[in-house]
Ligand binder design. Structure first.
Ligand code: ATP
Ligand code: MG
Length: 327
C-alpha cells in the first residue's frame, strides 16, 4: 500500500540507548520508517528487539536515566518531537498521539472507578462540563463494545474481565480523538478468542476514525490481520520493510523468513515449524557487521565484518542484507 500525501510520522535514524553499569545498551539503533494517516504499520520482532523502546522514544517517555535518545528525528506533522518542550509534549501525548499498553492493569488505577479515570482523561484534554464528560465517557464505552456502559462506568477496574479492561483502555486512548494510536502488544495478555475480538475492534475503530496506527507485536499472524505495511525489527534495527502481502509472499531478509517459518500457516504445507537457531543478541555488545549474522544460515565472512546496506529491492520493499534479492 502506498500513500501519496506526506507521512504523519517519520522516524529518521532514531537512536536510543541505556547507560547501565554493564555498558551501553544500543536498544534502538538507526531506526527509520514512515506512517501515513489512515495507515496501520505493524512493527514486529522477537522479545527484546527494541519495539517498546521505539514507541516510548516517539512519545519521549523513555525512562531517563538510564535511557536517552542520542540521535535522529521524530517528525510528527512536520515538527521534530525531540525538539519540543515537555509542556508541548504533554499536549501531544493524549491529544494527538495515544498509546495502549500490553497490560491494562498496570495502566488502570485499581482504587478509582472507570468513570473517574475516563472522565479525568476527557477533562484533561477537552474543555467540557462534568455532565458532557460523562456522556462522552459512556459513548466511548459503548463504541468499544462494553455492554450496559451507563451502569458499568461506575465499576472499579477489577470488576471487568481482561478483555473488557482492554476495551476500557482503548476507550481512554480514543477519548481525545487522536490522529495516531500506538498499540503495544494490546492483546497479548488476553485469551485467543478475546484477542481476536479486540483486534477486530481496533481495526474497525481505525477505519471509522481514519487513524494512523503503529501496531506492535511479536506475532506475524496478528500483523496479517491488521497491518497495511510491516517493519520487521531485529536487535535494534529494522531489517525489512514492505507491504503486508509482500512480507508473506516474498519475504527477503533471512530473519523475516525465519520468523515466518516459525508460525503455522493454513495456505502452506509445513510438516514441522521452523526454529530460529541461537538467541537474541545482547545489545551492549551486538554482533559486528550484520547483527543477525550469527543466526543466519546464509552468512558469509562479509556479513560478520560489514554493516549491510539498506537495499530497495523493488519499490517500497527494503531489505537490510548484503544478499538482498539474491537469496
Ligand atoms: N530500563 C532499561 N535499562 C536497560 N536496558 C533496557 C531498559 N529498558 C529496555 N532495555 C533494553 O532495551 C532493549 C529493547 O527493549 P524493548 O523493551 O524495546 O524490547 P521489545 O522488543 O519491546 O520486547 P518485548 O517483545 O519483550 O516487549 C532490550 O535489550 C532491553 O533489555
Ligand atoms: Mg515490548
Amino acid at each position: 500500500m502506498t500513500f501519496a500525501e506526506e507521512p504523519l510520522l517519520e522516524l529518521e535514524h532514531l537512536k536510543t540507548q541505556f547507560f547501565t553499569e554493564d555498558g551501553v545498551v544500543k536498544a534502538v539503533d538507526d531506526v527509520s520508517f514512515k506512517l501515513h494517516r489512515g495507515e496501520v504499520l505493524g512493527l514486529v520482532g522477537e522479545s527484546g528487539c527494541g519495539k517498546t523502546i521505539t514507541s516510548l522514544s516517539i512519545l519521549k517517555l523513555v525512562p531517563t536515566p538510564p535511557g536517552k535518545i542520542v540521535g535522529g528525528k521524530v517528525m510528527f506533522n512536520g515538527e521534530d518531537l525531540l525538539e519540543l518542550s515537555e509542556e508541548r509534549m504533554r499536549q501531544i501525548r493524549g491529544n494527538e498521539i495515544s498509546m495502549i499498553f500490553q497490560d491494562p492493569m498496570t495502566s488502570l488505577n485499581p482504587v478509582f472507578t472507570v468513570k473517574n479515570q475516563i472522565l479525568e482523561n476527557i477533562k484533561l484534554h477537552q474543555d467540557v462540563s462534568e455532565d458532557e464528560a460523562l456522556e462522552k465517557g459512556i459513548e466511548l464505552m459503548q463504541m468499544v463494545g462494553i455492554p450496559e456502559a451507563r451502569r458499568r462506568i461506575n465499576d472499579y477496574p477489577h470488576l471487568f474481565s481482561g478483555g473488557m479492561r482492554q476495551r476500557v483502555m482503548i476507550a481512554m486512548a480514543l477519548s481525545c480523538n487522536p490522529q495516531m494510536l500506538i498499540a503495544d502488544e494490546p492483546t497479548t495478555a488476553l485469551d485467543v478468542t478475546i484477542q481476536a475480538q479486540v483486534l477486530d475492534l481496533i481495526k474497525d475503530l481505525q477505519e471509522d476514525l481514519n487513524m494512523a496506527v503503529l501496531y506492535i507485536t511479536h506475532n506475524l499472524g496478528v500483523i496479517a490481520e491488521i497491518a497495511d505495511n510491516v517493519a520487521v525489527m531485529y536487535a535494534g534495527n529494522i531489517v525489512e520493510y514492505t507491504d503486508v502481502n509482500t512480507i508473506y509472499d516474498k519475504p527477503d531478509h533471512p530473519y523475516t523468513r525465519a520468523l515466518l517459518s516459525s508460525i503455522p500457516r493454513m495456505d502452506k504445507k509445513i510438516s514441522r515449524l521452523g526454529v530460529i537457531r541461537g538467541t537474541v543478541p545482547n545489545l551492549i555488545t551486538p554482533p559486528s557487521g550484520c547483527r543477525f549474522h550469527p543466526r543466519c544460515p546464509y552468512a558469509t565472512e562479509k556479513c560478520s565484518t560489514q554493516v549491510p546496506p539498506y537495499v530497495e529491492i523493488e519499490p517500497s520493499h527494503f531489505s537490510f542484507c548484503h544478499y538482498a534479492a539474491t537469496l
